[in-house]
Design a protein around this ligand. Structure first.
Ligand code: ATP
Length: 418
């Protein structure tokens, strides 16, 4: 696996990820997705939505607000419990998470550290908080979804969206930031069935890892002991990934019991019980929640698919998430008829696939350039194309080159991507 610096440098050089507000010296804990990173992130979100939401009858999508009032966070327990222990160096004033190292001295300047105090991670605005997790959006809309969609148990409410945490020490590129996207669902079940669905989603997380291109050998399940679990959780498995900076949480799978709905029912005074259609019994469903950080996914994917072959760098991204599906080249750039034919084919392909056009340098360099950003296929237009309408399709992973009629490219790539 490459080291972190290699990935950070590649990400910046090729337009995947830029330091945020870099013109003004940056802002700690924030990164911007560049043109290729935005495509990659978008494709991962789309694949996740397809895998967990669109393809399942019992899943309901949601897009709730980032701003939520204090009452929500009071009920959810975040106002009280969503904190990390903070220690400050009395000399250099740097802040550290006291649970991340055991020393009594500042790791930067060896100054004395203050006694740890609990530091709440929520960002507060004038009249609300930026959500530190997206789950509460699902809980406060539980009744709305019940009333409008009339679902029967088990069913899920899913969303993808931004969350904000005032992390004490943002670090390790996209791993620990203050603003990030989460992909998550709350799966509502009868209490007696929670273990069955916990197992189901555990298996589905492994299926997802495979699909998105994360090296499964680098992922390990960790049964989180009671004292380390979040305040709402009765069982949690962390899916940890071997990042270059250590084995750390990539995803989580938590059994939240009936904690959140019970709390909201108590605090809002609104009946949030579900009525069983057969027995007419009213009760609060229990919840199994798989959660997926988008930034950590992007990082784990890049680390998993990166390989070097001599001078050549290749990102073996699954074609579905590759920023460009195909790159189109005229064999040479100074022959008008080749260039215009290549443009014609490029414009045709662009109707269905994200595509790149490149006529700079020699073909070998153009292949290498596309390998480095994970483009699965390159199409070259040469003199034979002008005669018989065929083009060369070069495959990123095998390096094989085959001739295909240009008119059939659309069908050819669609089948590969299905
Ligand atoms: P940690 O112990 O690493 O602070 P956590 O246990 O508080 O994390 P969760 O509340 O389980 O994290 O967060 C759910 C998911 O959100 C994580 O699995 C991770 O993918 C993502 N995530 C959490 N915090 C951050 C962050 N600061 N930056 C990027 N992604 C994050």
């Amino acid at each position: 696996m490459p080291d972190l610096e290699t990935i950070v440098a590649l990400a910046k050089r090729r337009g995947f990820v830029f330091p945020s507000s870099e013109l003004y010296g940056g802002l700690a804990g924030t990164w911007d997705f560049g043109p290729l990173g935005a495509e990659l992130a978008h494709n991962i979100k789309e694949l996740w939505w397809e895998h967990f939401v669109k393809s399942r009858e019992e899943m309901y999508g949601l897009a709730s607000s980032i701003l939520m009032p204090e009452a929500v966070w009071k009920a959810s327990g975040h106002l009280e419990g969503f904190a990390d222990p903070l220690a400050e160096c009395k000399k250099c004033k740097k802040r550290f998470r006291a649970d991340e190292f055991s020393g009594k001295k500042c790791p930067e300047c060896a100054g004395a550290l203050s006694e740890p105090k609990q530091f709440n991670l929520m960002f507060k605005t004038e009249n609300s908080y930026l959500r530190p997790e997206i789950a509460q959006g699902m809980f406060v809309n539980f009744k709305n979804v019940l009333d409008t969609m009339r679902p029967t148990l088990p069913f899920g409410i899913a969303q993808i969206g931004r969350a904000f945490r005032n992390e004490i020490a943002p670090r390790d590129f996209l791993f620990r930031v203050r603003e990030f996207d989460l992909m998550e669902f709350e799966y509502f079940v009868k209490e007696s069935e929670w273990e069955k669905y916990f197992e189901k989603w555990r298996e589905e997380i492994w299926a997802w890892l495979e699909k998105v291109g994360i090296d499964k050998k680098s992922v390990h399940e960790l049964e989180v002991p009671k004292e380390e679990r979040a305040h709402y959780s009765r069982r949690t498995i962390d899916f940890e990934f071997d990042f270059p900076f250590g084995k750390k949480e990539l995803y989580g799978l938590a059994y939240r019991g009936d904690y959140d709905l019970t709390q909201h029912m108590k605090h809002s005074g609104v009946d949030l019980r579900y009525t069983d259609s057969a027995s007419r019994e009213k009760f609060i469903p229990h919840v199994v929640e798989p959660t997926f950080g988008l930034g950590r996914t992007v990082l784990a994917v890049l680390l998993s698919v990166y390989r070097e072959d001599g001078e050549r760098v290749i990102l073996s991204l699954p074609p579905k998430i590759a920023p460009y599906k195909v790159a189109v080249f005229p064999l040479v750039s100074n022959k008008e008829n080749l260039v215009s034919k290549a443009r014609e084919i490029y414009n045709e392909l662009r109707k269905h696939f994200t595509a790149a056009f490149d006529d700079r340098g020699n073909i070998g360099k153009r292949y290498y350039s596309q390998d480095e950003i994970g483009t699965p296929w390159c199409v070259t237009i040469d003199y034979q194309t002008l005669e018989d309408g065929t083009v060369t399709v070069r495959d990123r992973d095998s390096g094989s080159q085959v001739r295909h009629p240009a008119a059939e490219l659309d069908k050819y790539f669609s089948e590969k991507l299905s």
